[in-house]
Design a protein around this ligand. Sequence first.
Ligand code: SF4
Length: 367
Amino acid sequence: MAVVEVSTLDTIRDKVEAGERLDFEDGLALFETDDLLALGELAGLARRVRGGDDRVFFVQNLYLNQTNVCRVKCKFCAFAATQKQEHAYTLTPDELVEDALRQRELTGFTEIHMVNGENPHVDFAFYVDTIRKLHEAMPDVHLKCYTASEIHHMTTLSGLSHEEVLRELRDVGLGSLPGGGAEVFADRVRRLVAPGKEHPDFWFRTHDAAHKLGIPTHSTMLYGHVETYEERVDHLLRLRAQQDATGGFLAFVPLAFHPENTVFERRGFRHTTGAEDLKVIAVSRLLLDNVPNIKAYWIMMGMPMAAVALHFGANDVQGTVVREEIFHAAGARTETEQKVEELVRFVREAGRIPVQRDTLYEEIRRW
Ligand code: SF4
């Protein structure tokens, strides 16, 4: 009779120590365990076995949202507006550049992180113009702009392919893509939380094309709503397979769902717990053996918890994030500009070495 090996933390530890890849059943066992501290220790081991050291990275960045007008209406989103709503806004490329330059006088950011609603009232030239003008005004600032959903939206606006859209944007200054729009890839979840959003295949098509054009990207998972552990593991393994194929993901960022001001709040959904957030960080580190950086996104979990996450496999706390609107629209109560000194203090007190990086993980300064 064949013996079926059941995944336990011990068998998983053996695999991690031997440099063996974890499988679907291992991922499930990791999510199902209640032994949070053992999970953290295992994730820390995986990080070190795969070459991680004591450095914890952050970037000085500016968050921009050029428009909150969106045609999609994801059920988890508290940020989007229709054109007619009072709080709807769309900045012209010149207004956006002016705003960014004003912010630059206050903080020396090296990266602009920009994501937006899928505005049906602009055309592709609007996006190209925006990137060109930002790049001309700040040639030394890395432009990490537009989720895969927005790139897909631009293909429908322009009739161009994903590759053509990315090529045009790259040629005027786009540096990389953020990882948003991934949500949870499983069809069942997609239907429940984002029925108006394009099929996940387009998320992969965009990132695949970007990597092949030499544009690095980021990856995410928005967890803590209706998804099961199986669907989380499936999501992570799909990302791992893409990374095997093209290798262009710089980092993975788990994003906890914030229910405030969404339909899920009225249905009684609550914030994820700190224990769940730490578990997702740890399992991500363990399963994503080919993604070098796992981010503890302090805007979402708060800096004290992000510092704890450094002992659960995370090695990046994202950035200074001047002004964040999307999670704050959904109730995040963190400061929206975390001062460099504060980031440095938290990282140091977690026993790690704070390193300011650029978007591509080149060191700028080590404290
Ligand atoms: S998550 Fe993005 S695509 Fe969905 S409604 Fe909000 S802004 Fe639109």
